[in-house]
Design a protein around this ligand. Structure first.
Ligand code: HEC
Ligand code: HEC
Ligand code: HEC
Ligand code: HEC
Ligand code: HEC
Length: 330
């Protein structure tokens, strides 16, 4: 009898506590839904995401000098679409990306990727996210489309990156754009995704893309370049990207000699073949005339713009990024 009374007593105290917490001390009072007209306003509450995005290519899509030069300061209006886009969920996933008229300087910003269409009664649409929370001011709503490849492809398939990925083994291995370009912070799904969206601007990512090997064949060498880690062709996307294999005799003061180039040409460059290194492909390149020099060094360089200042004497150490190098001992 005593035990029952004690149990009841404990239960009623627990109930009273539960009631107090839930009714009198609401842990997260609901905030009014807000309209957002600049991504700067996300910074107060999402500082870490904002800092990552701020340093990304997405944030500089409108201000990037390379883009401004090629688009004639956006006098070519076709270029505005993906470099200062309207929200993808508003124009529609799988639909043509449309240009926006305001806050262009923010480029591909938080609002472009997250804002959902306004509801029929005029309430702000809220933000596509991984959770639904009707107390937060930005009203996140779980939308799975955000993590699908179709979401990136509206802008990223112009030069076939998405098609290259589809044709590879990566989809079957469960690796998509987000796995490699927006990985979970510290690999922990509870910490959310890294918004730096690194690409060819990251040496670490470039190094993970390719393996470089050399083997003895007859009187010379065979250089193998394998695409081990790019989820698509290497290099991908921009036609101005190039990867070059150079070699030089081992020793002081030797200059690099050009051996091979991977690149997708612009339409007017009719004399250049499209020879990007497909996902998982190994390209074998003969290096025959190096034997007279004894041991040699072979290196793969990456270039964000295709032309060397002096094409007859290219200086990759200064004008390109060294990705891999090997020494072949004779
Ligand atoms: C609204 C168009 C748009 C969408 C959607 C978009 N991007 Fe981008 N992305 C761009 C543009 C434009 C740039 C290049 C900006 C620049 O360099 O000036 C870029 C750059 C990048 C880069 C860096 C490339 C480099 O130059 O190194 C990566 C990586 C990237 N995006 C990944 C993604 C992923 C992953 C998704 C899907 C989650 C995505 N993007 C969605 C437009 C978009
Ligand atoms: C369909 C969407 C789309 C359109 C339209 C578009 N771009 Fe881009 N642009 C991208 C994406 C995505 C990237 C990032 C891919 C990459 O960096 O390889 C990019 C990257 C670039 C870059 C490379 C930036 C760098 O840092 O090297 C330049 C330059 C560029 N675009 C110029 C233009 C010009 C000029 C136009 C108009 C003729 C244009 N873009 C139209 C999607 C687009
Ligand atoms: C006043 C603070 C505040 C502002 C301003 C704000 N948010 Fe939020 N946001 C929150 C809170 C709180 C959550 C809910 C976090 C949770 O429940 O884990 C949230 C959640 C989200 C989510 C879903 C998170 C997830 O885990 O999937 C997204 C996406 C998001 N916000 C985007 C934005 C964007 C984009 C902006 C600017 C246009 C913005 N927010 C402005 C407070 C804010
Ligand atoms: C190129 C598109 C793109 C841009 C730009 C972008 N996001 Fe995201 N965001 C995503 C994707 C994709 C996810 C992951 C969705 C998933 O995992 O389901 C995400 C996830 C989030 C989340 C969930 C928690 C986390 O950290 O992953 C928040 C919060 C968020 N974004 C806020 C922002 C804010 C704030 C900005 C601007 C500073 C921003 N995003 C810019 C595409 C983008
Ligand atoms: C298995 C990992 C992996 C997957 C999956 C992957 N990528 Fe990449 N991506 C890389 C690596 C590594 C690089 C750097 C080498 C290169 O440029 O090919 C890169 C480079 C890029 C670049 C930068 C090109 C530039 O001009 O600097 C863009 C844009 C890009 N990827 C977009 C995508 C998109 C969109 C998807 C999804 C369809 C995707 N990636 C899937 C690994 C991956």
């Amino acid at each position: 009898m005593k035990a029952v009374r004690l149990a009841l007593g404990v239960l009623s105290v627990a109930l009273a506590l539960w009631f107090a917490i839930n009714v009198f001390i609401d842990p997260a009072p609901a905030q009014a839904a807000r309209t957002f007209d600049s991504s700067v306003s996300c910074q107060d509450c999402h500082a870490e995401v904002y800092a990552e995005w701020e340093g990304s290519q997405h944030a500089m899509a409108w201000t990037n000098p390379a883009v401004r030069a090629l688009s004639n300061d956006f006098a070519n209006q076709d270029c505005i679409d993906c470099h200062a886009p309207r929200p993808i969920f508003v124009s529609g996933i799988g639909e043509r990306v449309l240009p926006r008229a305001s806050r262009r300087v923010e480029g591909v910003d938080c609002i472009a990727c997250h804002l959902l269409p306004e509801q029929s009664d005029g309430t702000p649409g809220g933000m596509a996210g991984t959770i639904t929370n009707d107390k937060a001011a930005c009203r996140p709503i779980q939308r799975r489309e955000l993590q699908r490849v179709e979401f990136c492809s509206g802008c990223h398939d112009q030069h076939e990156t998405v098609r290259q990925w589809r044709a590879s083994e990566w989809p079957a291995r469960g690796e998509d754009c987000l796995s490699c370009h927006m990985p979970y912070r510290d690999g922990n799904p509870n910490l959310g995704r890294d918004h730096s969206c690194l690409g060819g601007n990251s040496l670490e990512l470039l190094k993970s893309a390719v393996a470089l090997r050399g083997s003895r064949v007859g009187e010379g060498w065979r250089i193998d370049v394998e695409n081990v880690g790019a989820g698509h062709s290497f290099p991908t996307d921009e036609r101005s990207r190039a990867a070059d294999v150079f070699w030089r005799p081992l020793g002081e003061g030797q200059t690099w000699r050009h051996l091979y180039r991977f690149r997708s040409p612009y339409r007017f460059e009719v004399d250049i073949v499209d020879n990007l290194l497909l996902a998982h492909e190994t390209r074998s390149i003969p290096l025959e005339d190096a034997d007279a020099f004894g041991s040699v060094e072979v290196a793969l360089f990456y270039k964000r713009s295709p032309h060397y200042e002096n094409p007859d004497a290219p200086d990759p150490d200064r004008e390109a990024v060294l990705v891999q190098s090997i020494v072949l001992e004779h």
